[in-house]
Design a protein around this ligand. Structure first.
Ligand SMILES: [Zn+2]
Length: 376
């Protein structure tokens, strides 16, 4: 083929590309999914939900500044302060096409959750804030900065104080609050599979002493339902509160995905809950050296019905015995930072999970009807 003909073919192809895209869109609607981005904030939390219609909800906003990053510098090359997690969250907004955030849920006011609430509000419009109320039970000077910055933004915004049992009206999703400000639901989540049944794991269940960080106790916890798919995210709620949600009866039902409580810290992760909810997939928002405790990992690993356990980081404490195989780890080495996990959920309850570090992907089929209603 002459150079001229190659050029001609190229030009024709370029000219036809928009046409082809239009034809494809007209022929069959592209697969529309609920997309969930588990964003790496080095042991904080930031989880973005984008519904098929484009409505968005961010659960928590990671650490402010540069916390948790090795070799931290106070500023970048231009002298501007480093906003590591805000930049990572913004990059995911861009990837997901989110230009207005519809819902910002702040589970509680520790810096690894409320961290960038104010910073993000400077970057894009946020239509609603949801939190456990305008008060924090912990206001030590070294802890309060992100909370105080958030309160300034909150005062000017539409803020909803979540109460257990409330629904957060995200269009296209069912989001139910199951904990907030230290209160828990006392009646089962309506219509959930396996809900309200006596939980045999309560008989030998152990309780733990309250740890000295009472703000975790205030966490807003949510149940997210999309079609046949269910996900549980309890923020940093405590072990004994998990117990109360699962004992003597399982008030939450069973799930497809368990977003592990409190980064895999042993102050949470009560097996009477983790084992009763029968999640097929667990996702842990740990850092290399935050959360990811071996005892917590083992409880999740042994949960009945669990197929895979994904982690945002390989846990240094977990060693070879208490980490998932590498393809399930978003960040493996000390030099790995900021790789996310992306889940795409269909209304029939099937979903895929993708490791953005290496694009390893796994499909999880819809559950058989009997499995959805099984009380075991
Ligand atoms: Zn936390």
């Amino acid at each position: 083929m002459s150079k001229f003909r190659v050029l001609l073919v190229f030009l024709v192809l370029v000219a036809m590309a928009p046409l082809r895209a239009q034809v494809q869109a007209a022929k069959g609607q592209p697969q529309r999914t609920l997309d969930v981005y588990f964003i790496d904030t080095e042991g904080g939390q930031a989880t973005l939900f984008v519904t098929p219609s484009g409505e968005s909800m961010l659960m928590d906003a990671g650490f402010a500044g540069n916390q948790g990053m090795p070799d931290a510098n106070a500023s970048n090359a231009n002298g501007a302060p480093i906003t590591r997690d805000a930049d990572r969250i913004s990059a995911v907004f861009k990837q997901a096409g989110v230009t207005v955030l519809d819902w910002m849920v702040i589970s509680h006011y520790h810096g690894d959750h409320v961290g960038n609430a104010a910073e993000l509000a400077n970057r894009l419009p946020i239509r609603h804030f949801v939190d456990h109320g305008p008060f924090s039970v912990e206001l030590q000077p070294n802890r309060s900065a992100a909370f105080v910055a958030y309160m300034v933004v909150r005062d000017k915004a539409r803020a909803i104080v979540a109460k257990p049992g409330d629904k957060i009206p995200v269009a296209g999703l069912e989001v139910q609050v199951v904990s907030s400000a230290g209160e828990l639901i006392t009646v089962p989540v309506a219509g959930a599979p396996g809900v309200g049944l006596p939980n045999p794991l309560c008989r030998d269940a152990k309780l733990k002493e309250q740890d000295p960080t009472p703000e975790n106790f205030e966490s807003v916890g949510i149940v997210v339902r999309y079609g046949n798919f269910r996900l549980l995210d309890l923020g940093d709620l405590t072990w004994n509160q998990e117990h109360a949600l699962a004992c003597p009866n399982n008030l939450l039902g069973t799930f497809d995905v368990f977003h592990t409580t409190r980064h895999g810290d042993p102050h949470a992760g009560a097996p009477q809950l983790v084992h009763a909810i029968r999640a097929r997939v667990a996702v842990m928002n740990n850092g290399e050296r935050k959360g990811g405790d071996p005892s917590y990992w083992q409880i999740v690993h042994e949960a009945p019905g669990l197929v895979d356990f994904w982690q945002l980081h390989r846990s240094a404490a977990g060693g070879t015995e208490h980490n998932s195989p590498e393809q399930f780890l978003a960040n493996v080495n000390e030099t790995d930072h900021g790789h996310n996990l992306k889940m795409s959920v269909r209304a029939d309850g099937s979903f895929s999970m993708m490791n953005e570090r290496n694009e390893f992907m796994k499909e999880y089929p819809a559950r058989a009807k009997s499995a959805v209603t099984s009380s075991r």
